[in-house]
Design a protein around this ligand. Structure first.
Ligand SMILES: C[S@@+](CC[C@H](N)C(=O)[O-])C[C@H]1O[C@@H](n2cnc3c(N)ncnc32)[C@H](O)[C@@H]1O
Length: 500
């Protein structure tokens, strides 16, 4: 197709009539640059059918459909007819979509292909759930999409509707993916660009397990530049995934491709067996994208001697939910107030308190909250969420009662994870410093990034990590405290534990 025409559409990528910023946010209107559309389209396999059916849910002004049509028109064996169904909820985009589709029809005609399309200015979720409930739904050979990325409220009508057909997901993009999978013909193919967050994490577990157990993963494309895939404020890391409605098996080969950015210059490709990406014994079916350089780091961490259980330490989410504390949290300390610790208090391996911040740093013990406060001691705290500008995914710091409020109980906010032994502090400062240095090491940070696209650090992730022995952590702690070790030295220490 007339690369020219696609370029023209690309220039209109943020359609002129999307002036209403609130609507842009409500509907997650981030339009796909044509370079991405073209790359996504190149992933589709020619099924050599005479008639192909295509679905584009949340199609915007039809960028992805146009890119796919352009690709199909290049195939040596072309279909005779293409039937396309497009869903777009925003009425303001429909006119531009219609213009683009009229043009696509003409273009197909010039290539000897009959193009039929139906535009539904409707809600894709409600519509598809209804269709799937009646089991009279249409099925498609190809589905291409860049769905909305918003969170799905548990009380929302959309969520209620999805639960009726047992789709239980935390986010719109996963809802669109789950519905689309159900709408694929046997051997039909879905290619979509979505956040990476579904690859791990508890919230996506049911969705992910269903996906990887029932669909054959063909390709995953990752962008090395983690930001800037879309124009502005899409904060999450994105990937392109291609899968086929066909039973998978662990010896399947999956293509893992990388490009620096959306220009797709020098795309590198790795062929991996499925069981290298999803471990067969992993009940959660975490999808781990590990490239060759990362493999070495993963090996080091996987070969560490202990689980967290082995070293007799536990990790939990901070038990204080600040907005549920009525009248017990305050800015100003009193004789009876105790330190209240938030993720903001964690900085450069330490927990600083009090700090000048937005959050009130004092909590009073009462009957309701006393079981959620922890006795004085030394704990390792880890931020549950890192800010976008933070270089590290894992930010750990030592909380030491002796440095804050001696002998006082302490409140840990639920935006921090804390390491403890039966809800008490760790036995000595060396092991605490060692654990903190280990968690803050480049190796652990790198390891986390290989399988986590989200900036969240969940307790389940920390529980799954392998650790040095208790004694090795004590030794590392002693060194870091005495010698003020740099990052390279900490990494070297950890590597030596494994290599002997
Ligand atoms: C991330 S944008 C992508 C648009 C287009 N697919 C593209 O790649 O340029 C998601 C689109 O889905 C639409 N949308 C959001 N919720 C929808 C829903 N429930 N049903 C149908 N469309 C929806 C938005 O209006 C928006 O145009």
């Amino acid at each position: 197709m007339t690369v020219d025409y696609l370029q023209k559409i690309d220039l209109k990528n943020i359609p002129s009539n999307v002036s209403d910023i609130s609507k842009k946010i409500i509907n997650s209107q981030y339009f796909t640059p044509m370079e991405i559309g073209k790359y996504m389209s190149s992933m589709f396999k020619n099924n050599k059918k005479r008639n192909v059916t295509i679905l584009d849910p949340g199609c915007g002004t039809g960028n992805l459909t146009l890119a796919l049509i352009s690709e199909i028109c290049e195939w040596s064996v072309k279909p005779q007819t293409i039937d396309i169904l497009l869903f777009e909820i925003d009425y303001d985009l429909i006119q531009e979509l219609k213009v683009n589709m009229i043009w696509a029809k003409e273009y197909c005609l010039s290539m000897g292909i009959e193009l039929n399309y139906i535009i539904k200015n409707e809600d894709f979720i409600f519509n598809s759930v209804k269709q799937l409930q009646t089991k009279q739904n249409e099925k498609f050979d190809y589905i291409i999409m860049n769905p909305p990325y918003k969170k799905l409220g548990t009380e929302s009508e959309h969520n209620r509707s999805l639960l009726k057909i047992k789709i239980d997901v935390p986010n719109y993009y996963a809802a669109f993916m789950a519905l689309s999978c159900n709408l694929l013909n046997t051997n039909g193919q879905l290619v979509c660009i979505v956040p990476r967050s579904f690859c791990n994490g508890k919230y996506f577990e049911k969705f992910r397990v269903n996906l990887v157990e029932n669909y054959k993963l063909e390709q995953i494309h990752l962008f090395e530049d983690r930001e800037g895939i879309f124009y502005d404020d899409v904060l999450q890391e994105t990937l392109i995934i291609s899968l086929i409605n066909k039973n998978p098996n662990f010896s399947n080969t999956v293509k893992i491709s990388y490009s620096k950015d959306v220009n797709f210059e020098n795309v590198s490709l790795d062929n991996k067996r499925l069981d290298n990406i999803i471990f067969p014994t992993d009940d959660e079916k975490i999808i781990r994208m590990i490239n060759k350089e990362d493999e070495e780091v993963v090996e080091i961490i996987n070969n560490l001697p202990c689980t967290l259980d082995d070293i007799g330490i536990q990790v939990s989410t901070g038990p204080i939910v600040d907005f549920r504390e009525k009248g017990t949290i305050s800015d100003n300390p009193t004789l009876f107030s105790l330190p209240m610790i938030y993720s903001e208090n964690i900085s450069q391996g330490r927990v600083l308190w009090p700090i000048e911040g937005k959050k009130p740093g004092n909590i009073k013990m009462n009957e309701e909250n006393q079981s959620n406060l922890r006795p004085p001691g030394i704990y390792v705290l880890v931020k549950r969420m890192s800010a976008k500008e933070e270089v590290r995914r894992i930010n750990a710091g030592i909380f030491n009662s002796n440095e804050t409020a001696r002998e006082k109980f302490v409140g840990f906010d639920n935006k921090v994870n804390y390491y403890h032994i039966n809800k008490h502090g760790l036995p000595n400062l060396n092991v605490t410093a060692g654990l903190t240095a280990f968690l803050n090491s480049t190796l652990v940070d790198f390891y986390f990034r290989t399988y986590s696209g989200s900036t969240q650090v969940n307790v389940s992730d920390l529980k799954k990590l392998r650790y040095p022995t208790f004694e090795q952590l004590e030794m590392l702690g002693r060194y870091t405290l005495e010698e003020n070790l740099g990052q390279d030295e900490v990494d070297e220490f950890i590597t030596k534990i494994v290599t002997g």
